[in-house]
Design a protein around this ligand. Structure first.
Ligand SMILES: Nc1nc2c(c(=O)[nH]1)N[C@H]1C(S)=C(S)[C@@H](COP(=O)(O)OP(=O)(O)OC[C@H]3O[C@@H](n4cnc5c(N)ncnc54)[C@H](O)[C@@H]3O)O[C@H]1N2
Ligand code: MOO
Length: 394
């Protein structure tokens, strides 16, 4: 069986970034840059005031000495002329510093009387000037390619005076659940032996959160010819097909078999991880296919561990960035791992991580509570409260 780290490496090698498109900044939130953001102008463009007050020539200013106020500077509206030593200009935050001025004294330290102003003793020490280019110079690379555009990064891109950015195309993803027993949520109670089809909803939501466009989501019974036809219909419009269930060794596990007539080439199959042993990944031509177990907890844990990095790689982002492991303390004992690397579901209590009591890979109630996954490499012994572990937010 293949280990977790090796499986992730093979997945990252197989997934090439999708092509680029240009989108306006309004539509760029959450997208991954295909080209760097380079500043089209400097910020600030000119020396500006950082406070509301008076611009002066420092060497010609002293406490208590009245200075004539010769004009006003506001953001976007400079004082037209230069400032002579011994003069002051009323200035507001962001206003351009008049030529000749080198300092701003805040208005709380000023006494204005008609057209003159005098300053209180101890008006220093701040000069309150942002020099031209002190944030960034024109031509500076502000965000490298591969950056996901967060709310914060959008401010940087807009501040660089870009109207639009080049980003990788969103992966087109279909999520197909398999199983005769599956019924649409809300309809299972009325059918003998049916269970609500819960998994594709969560997997599709996780994929959408990671930047995918969900082109199709649904389920199909365990009928090999029907599944083969459905896969054939879905694949041409996709970058990635995610199949849930039918991944194990049972007589009705058709997830891989349905793709064989379409030319499935497996990259890995069966992993030394718990949960998630039946996870598999492959290619059908230039389409990718990821198989997740049908058990709900297994499916969502393995979607976190494999689908998130896969979608990151398809969007030109580092796959490692999709799994930000952290070192955190335990607040309760943690069982050890056998020969399979184990991912234990946990919650965060005030003092640290507490493993959830029900670790069944078919669980749905415990899955809804779990906020963390604790990673235990194969052969890790049991650990106690206060020890530190590697964990990932789910
Ligand atoms: N003899 C063996 N049996 C099993 C093995 C094995 O190695 N040898 N592996 C086990 C492991 S581990 C897992 S995980 C499961 C996963 O099997 P499948 O991926 O083939 O999943 P299914 O059999 O289709 O379903 C398992 C379980 O989950 C329910 N399910 C499936 N799809 C959904 C869905 N969309 N929504 C809600 N629930 C779903 C299904 O009804 C089953 O109860 O295999 C073990 N067996
Ligand atoms: O590997 Mo299965 O996902 O343990 O239950």
């Amino acid at each position: 069986m293949t280990g977790f780290t090796e499986a992730l490496a093979r997945l990252a090698e197989t997934a090439r970034p999708l092509g680029a498109e240009t989108v306006p900044l309004d539509a760029a939130h959450g997208r991954v840059l295909a080209a760097p953001v380079i500043a089209r102008l400097a910020a600030p463009r000119h020396a500006v005031s950082a406070m509301d007050g008076y611009a002066v020539v420092d060497a010609a200013t002293a406490p208590g000495v009245p200075l004539p106020v010769v004009g006003e500077a506001r953001p976007g509206q400079p004082h037209p002329g230069p400032l002579a030593p011994g003069q002051a200009v009323r200035i507001f935050t962001g206003g351009p510093l008049p030529v000749g001025a080198d300092r701003v004294i805040v208005q709380e330290q000023a006494q204005r009387s008609g057209d003159t102003v005098r300053f209180l003793p101890g008006y220093g020490p701040g000069w309150h000037v942002r020099t031209a280019g002190s944030d960034f110079a024109a031509g500076t690379t502000l965000l490298p390619a591969g950056t996901r555009l967060t709310a914060r990064a959008l401010v940087t891109a807009a501040g660089a005076d870009l109207a639009a950015v080049a980003v990788h195309r969103r992966p087109r993803v279909a999520v197909l659940g398999t199983g005769d027993e599956l019924a649409a949520p809300g309809t299972a109670a009325a059918q003998d032996w049916a269970i609500p089809e819960s998994v594709t909803l969560g997997v599709a939501a996780l994929a959408a959160e990671a930047g995918a466009t969900i082109t199709w989501r649904g389920s199909h019974g365990d009928d090999l010819p029907g599944l083969t036809r459905l896969a054939g219909a879905l694949l041409p419009g996709l970058d990635l097909l995610v199949v849930t269930g039918g991944a194990s060794v049972g007589a009705y596990d058709f997830a891989k078999a349905m793709l064989e007539p379409h030319g499935l080439e497996l990259v890995f199959s069966r992993l030394a991880i718990k949960p998630g042993k039946p996870v598999w990944f492959g290619r059908v031509g230039d389409r990718l296919v990821l198989g997740l177990p049908g058990n709900p907890t297994s499916a969502l844990v393995t979607a976190t561990l494999f689908l998130r990095p896969l979608l990151a790689a398809l969007q030109g982002e580092s796959p490692e960035a999709a799994l930000p492991w952290r070192r955190l303390p335990l607040a309760a004992p943690l069982a050890g791992a056998d020969e399979r690397e184990t991912f234990t579901r946990a919650v965060w209590a005030a003092e640290g991580l507490v493993p959830i009591g029900n670790q069944d890979s078919g669980a749905q109630a415990a899955l809804g509570q779990a906020g963390w996954l604790i990673r235990c490499p194969a052969g890790t012994p049991a650990r106690g409260a206060g020890e530190w572990v590697t964990a990932l937010a789910l």
